[in-house]
Write a protein that binds this ligand. Structure first.
Ligand code: SF4
Ligand code: F3S
Length: 78
């Protein structure tokens, strides 16, 4: 699944939610989160984020890898 990372914090542009065809991006507190079970891996959200906060979960930049768990934890166990 795709993962939202720290540049989203307090930016919350929201364009990713418009781009997502399955509405699996949710607002929560200081950032948005992608539901890992609902994301269809289309990649459409990636290019619209003005702060490049979104990554494929196997290509998360160094220092942001923990956000895979952060996105997962936001929704709890399936
Ligand atoms: Fe939505 Fe596609 Fe982004 Fe997944 S990759 S969050 S399905 S726009
Ligand atoms: Fe955040 Fe970027 Fe979406 S700032 S809300 S991940 S468009």
């Amino acid at each position: 699944a795709y993962v939202i990372t720290d540049p989203c914090i307090d930016v919350k542009d929201g364009d990713c939610t418009i781009a997502c065809p399955v509405d699996c991006i949710y607002e929560g507190g200081r950032m948005f989160y992608i539901h890992p079970g609902e994301c269809i891996n289309c990649g459409l959200c990636l290019s619209v984020c003005p702060v490049d906060a979104i990554s494929w979960d196997e290509e998360i930049p160094q220092g942001r890898v923990q956000f895979k768990a952060v996105n997962q934890d936001f929704f709890g166990p399936d």
